[in-house]
Ligand binder design. Structure first.
Ligand SMILES: Nc1ncnc2c1ncn2[C@@H]1O[C@H](COP(=O)(O)OP(=O)(O)O)[C@@H](O)[C@H]1O
Ligand SMILES: [Mg+2]
Length: 241
């Protein structure tokens, strides 16, 4: 059974010209032309398929388009063209901005997201402490999350996501944030989900872990798929470059 299918998917962002309104009015024609040109291609004609129970890694340099791919799977982003199909209950990709509210505290965000994800109040209350403990954010949990670094947001997002009983788990770089203890604990969790037969897609810089955990690896370079195949082959090609 196919869980995730991308068919010729492209994602473009319009870059806003910062010349201001005066520049815009006085150079109207050239501004319109440049507006049309100022399109950034984050992903270009991507196609792949992920089957039930597969564990798939996405690797590639910074800015290649890995997080954009996860955002499209999660439904946080929509494609500019092409087709994205996802079947199954998906763990939220909170740190990408869909579910986190920056003026609320970490604890309030846990409760809010629990409610949005359909957990009962009782359920949330029983899980809050475990989520906070896993995130290792005890000291900061009653601060608004706008004070959090992106690593802290990833840790909080991952800690909530693993409590939601997903069929598809998406993970963005969580293995490279926090201390070694946190990384080990996260890798163990991913192993546990893998054993349960949950479909996992994860982005990581740590090719060692990717090779250990993944059946299949997608290598994205310059917004296109450079290689897709079994973990060993793709990672050795990637590290040889
Ligand atoms: N909201 C946005 N507006 C404009 N450009 C963006 C936006 N989000 C991402 N990009 C650009 O798209 C490209 C791919 O980004 P991303 O998927 O985050 O890469 P990766 O996760 O592989 O580092 C990057 O060059 C990034 O700067
Ligand atoms: Mg990224």
């Amino acid at each position: 059974m196919t869980r995730i299918k991308f068919e010729n998917v492209s994602k473009h962002y319009r870059l806003i010209n910062s010349g201001g309104i005066k520049t815009f009015l006085f150079n109207f024609v050239s501004q319109i032309k440049s507006y049309r040109k100022n399109v950034f291609h984050a992903l270009e004609d991507i196609s792949f398929e992920i089957k039930d129970k597969e564990v798939v890694g996405i690797i590639g340099r910074n800015g290649a388009g890995k997080s954009t791919t996860l955002g499209l799977i999660a439904g946080v982003l929509s494609p500019t063209s092409g087709n994205v199909e996802v079947k199954g209950r998906i763990a939220p990709l909170l740190e990408l901005g869909a579910g986190f509210h920056h003026d609320l505290t970490g604890r309030e965000n846990i409760v809010l997201n629990g409610l949005l994800l359909g957990m009962s109040k009782k359920d949330i209350v029983s899980k809050v402490d475990e989520i906070i403990e896993f995130s290792e954010l005890e000291e900061f949990i009653d601060q608004p999350i706008r004070m959090y670094s992106s690593g802290m947001l990833s840790r909080l997002g991952f800690s909530i996501a693993i409590q939601t009983n997903p069929e598809i788990l998406l993970i963005d770089e969580v293995l490279s944030v926090g201390d070694k203890g946190f990384q080990k604990k996260s890798a163990d969790k991913i192993h546990e989900f893998r054993e349960k037969g949950i479909t996992i897609v994860f982005v990581s810089h740590d090719v060692g872990t990717v090779e250990k955990l993944c059946d299949k690896v997608i290598w994205i370079e310059n917004h296109k798929i450079k290689m897709i195949g079994n973990a060993k082959d793709v990672i050795s090609a990637y590290t040889d470059e």
